[in-house]
Design a protein around this ligand. Structure first.
Ligand code: AHG
Ligand code: MN
Ligand code: MN
Length: 333
């Protein structure tokens, strides 16, 4: 039988002399949250959790019932055990400090409890994304400013994908590994060791309905993909758009590809759609650790100095040679 996720993490942490078991404990809590979310998502209409919650989040997006429920599940699973000092979620205006009735720990976590929630009512894959940071030393009551660390500082990043199978894919900076939930046993097992993204691909993912708002470099790249062999490219391209970033990144980790939610002029107050702290940074860490590349088109996403909890950034990630090509188009090459 393959290794359980917990065994994998304990063995990985053993090779780090200063590891105290805190990180393993934290990850175990996150795994419990994802199991609970998998259950809720899977039961869906049977337990009355589909549909709109009738509220808006801080970013002005209508919340689904499951956005609210999964946020609560993630908090409840992670607030009590003493590994965290605070959390921040896509679905909450401000950070969530650990309540005073619980011990505080040395880590911070940011999360998107339900990614792709527009897909939930139509029974298409959704996910959970998380990123673990260290709480700055000497800080006992973290503020939002303590979360403003570039993606290069992440200790761990991962996602759960609730698809035909439920999976957790994660990195601690030592490659990327995928685990599949065995519902009968109630545990995740290592099924996808050392996931890597091929450098070349002939599959791109972008929401084409935004085409008229894109900048010139992205227009040029996508036009070339569409023209394929009849244009300047040596091959024809295929296109996919699930509208769940977790599902797109998982496809790219499995068979390669390029995913773009680029800068556009749709709403000049927003630099992009995806959120740096909950989506772009964790996915960039995973993609880079799998040998891929992740950029806004102008800079490496993980080097961005965050300026706000809910900051949005353009995202172009996946197979290295294609992302490099899009970056070179941004340089006017
Ligand atoms: P969320 O459901 O957490 O708000 O995230 C949805 C994101 C991302 O998962 C996906 O790639 C993108 O939004 C889809 O956007 P469009 O609906 O504009 O295609
Ligand atoms: Mn999301
Ligand atoms: Mn979400």
């Amino acid at each position: 039988m393959s290794k359980s996720l917990l065994q994998f993490i304990i063995e990985e942490q053993r090779s780090i002399p200063e590891a105290t078991g805190d990180f393993t404990g934290l990850l175990n809590d996150i795994v419990s949250a994802c199991k609970q979310i998998a259950h809720d998502v899977n039961k869906g209409a049977l337990i009355g959790v589909l549909g709109s919650a009738g509220s808006e989040n801080v970013q002005g997006e209508t919340q689904k019932k499951l956005d609210v429920i999964t946020n609560e599940v993630f908090i409840k699973a992670n607030e009590w055990s003493g590994h965290l000092a605070a959390m921040a979620s896509e679905e909450m205006d401000d950070i969530y400090p650990i309540p005073s009735r619980y011990p505080k720990g040395k880590y911070l976590v940011t999360f998107d409890p339900l990614d792709g929630s527009s897909n939930i009512d139509v029974n298409i894959s959704v996910g959970t994304i998380f990123s673990i940071l260290r709480c700055p030393e000497e800080v006992t009551d973290p503020a939002a400013a303590d979360f403003m660390q570039p993606g290069t500082k992440q200790v761990c990043a991962g996602y759960a994908l609730y698809g035909p199978a439920t999976m957790i894919v994660l990195t601690t900076g030592n490659g990327v590994n995928g685990f599949t939930l065995d519902r009968d046993v109630g545990d995740f097992f290592l099924t996808h060791p050392n996931m890597t993204i091929p450098a070349d691909t002939s599959e791109f993912a972008i929401n084409m309905s935004n085409q008229r708002f894109w900048e010139e470099p992205v227009q040029r790249y996508v036009e070339e993909c569409i023209k394929g062999k009849d244009g300047g490219r040596e091959k024809n391209f295929n296109m996919r758009w699930v509208a769940s970033m977790v599902a797109e990144v998982h496809r790219i980790l499995t068979r390669g590809g390029i995913f773009m939610y680029p800068k556009d002029t749709k709403d000049p107050s927003k630099a992009g759609k995806l959120r740096l702290m909950y989506e772009a940074n964790p996915m960039s860490f995973i993609v880079e650790q799998a040998g891929g590349m992740s950029s806004t088109g102008r800079e490496r996403i993980m080097e961005i100095q965050p300026s706000g909890l809910h900051q949005r950034v353009p995202v172009i990630l996946g197979s290295k040679n294609e992302v490099e090509r899009v970056v070179s188009y941004h340089k006017g090459l």
